[in-house]
Ligand binder design. Sequence first.
Ligand SMILES: Cc1ncc(COP(=O)(O)O)c(C=O)c1O
Length: 295
Amino acid sequence: MSVLPFDQRDGFIWLDGDFIPSADAKLHVLSHGLHYASCVFEGERAYGGRIFKSSEHSERFRASAELLDFKIPYSVAELDDIKQQIVSRNNFTNCYVRPVAWRGSEMMAVAAQQATIHVAIAAWDWPSMFDIATKMKGIRLDIAEYRRPDPLTAPCRSKAAGLYMICTISKHRAERRGYADAMMLDWQGRVAECTGANIFFATNGVLHTPIADCFLDGITRRTVIDLARRRGVEVVERRIMPEELTGFEECFICGTGAEVTPVSEIGPYKFTPGAIARALIDDYSAEVQPKQKAA
Ligand SMILES: Cc1ncc(COP(=O)(O)O)c(C=O)c1O
């Protein structure tokens, strides 16, 4: 399947204050963000023309940068407005939205206190992270070689580009071995998350999910917890060891990209996509639709 490279696509990208043609949205090769990973980003989805939980993403974007010791020079309201404009100027109704911020070219050494902070916002069409037929049967997950780092080792609450090298290595290895994705353990060997999504398990009608203390506490994760509780489903956040996976009947992952995706296998452990995942897929699809404003 040939896919048009992102730098050759039509449409507009907002870069440092201007909406410009996508092909012109370039940065210099000597950019601190590229060499030293001083870069944070967001991943959001618009449904029916409106970005779901836009302000929560903008807040996390700014917080991610602060954890990397820089400040995004736009407020949450300004970011929300630009993101919404990028969706409409590109004539998207349903799409993925990608804000990114990085340190520029004024300084090329570890210290870059005076480097300019650049911000760009792009959007593209991205119907589903996984092939739809496979998704409903449940995807197969490998168990990653690398682990999520100790929070004393890395700013793990930041959606920092640097932290994604672990995810890319793990996802590539998983794909080479015939899996759709990989589940990563944390630095203590407990179940953590996938390379771009959080993870949930179910048994006896109760949902279990790892405590997000050393990996991204996803906005979708929090939404799913809320939706499950609204349905009266008990949700337990706790430490989960990999050996415990034999005791769960259902498993699913969730994230802005993955939405709610059932899992059928994790290495040697098997699950059957079932009623809880199906109910939450439906609840999530309804929740993300733009709400009519009360008259
Ligand atoms: C590593 C990782 N964990 C979890 C998530 C889920 O986060 P969210 O639901 O905010 O998209 C993502 C998605 O961006 C991710 O990349």
